[in-house]
Design a protein around this ligand. Sequence first.
Ligand SMILES: [Zn+2]
Length: 350
Amino acid sequence: MYKKIMIILLAVVLMGMITGCDVLNKADDKAANKESPAEPASGDSDEGGTSNMTTDNHQVELPEESLQKGDNGDAVQQLQAFLIVLGYPIEKTSKYDEKTVWAITDFQLQQDSLDNTGIYDEAVRSKLLAAQEGALTFEVEKGLPLVETKQTDRGSEITGNPYEILVLVNKHHALPEDFIPEDLVIPEIRFPFTEDLPKKQMRKVAADAIEEMFAAADKEGLTLFGQSGYRSYDRQVAIFAANVEKNGEEAANTYSARPGESEHQSGLTMDVTNAEVGFDLVIAFGDTPEGKWLQEHAAEYGFIIRYPETKVDITEYQYEPWHIRYVGKKAATEIMEKGISLEEYLDGLK
Ligand SMILES: [Zn+2]
């Protein structure tokens, strides 16, 4: 009799477990297949310990290390799988490719607390996890629409992701005509003028870095000045036209960029100078203590000397020891240590 009761009880418990699992699995499938990832998935959180454990077993994990363009391997594939579950139309290539950069940038542009870089890091990781739990809202392509590559009249490729901090802007790669960075701020650094001109601006991520860099230079007794940062497309139209008027088109393009092809429109650059050269932008700046310190330490803050003396044939610009460009610490360190150009660095990632 006692044995019989035990068997019945056991059967009831087992039935309950099977049913419970079934219900939970259905909830999971719904979460994984939902068409609108912006909508919080109902019913897969706040259901107590058992539910969370079961959900975790089905979740795609997110890598813990930072990842960026050109990186390869399982961690990248893990990230791509996660982005696909969130609804991003990308492929699991195991390579941090253009589309992965785009997906991360699109996501970042919809979260105020995140820098817009295209780089996956700890801050992005925690927001992606929150998105999966439905704790924050976003919509695929709302931050940065996925566009087909277009060309300018002169055949330069127009980038679809002007927010990426590794964006290439040169005589063959342009920014969209209507690109005005939405995260421009005025860095708290020294300028040789007091007016609040638009050219004081940089994108937030670069502004934070340049503030840190100027502070470090100050500690060494060096006095850097910012001279010219962000420049709009329209302003570049006027500048280039004036230079063409003065020197002819071909000569003008050796030192002045065509509209859309100026890195200054990216918001990631600043021309820096010092008192010794009269706050001018001249090659002699490279031989001053400030210019030398910059060459030596810019990478520690994520900046590169964009137009090196030895790479004129590749950059197609004369040596500009004053023009610094933010690319993030990882890329900057490799570029400056190897003494290569941004063009060569990006070629190496392909
Ligand atoms: Zn410049």
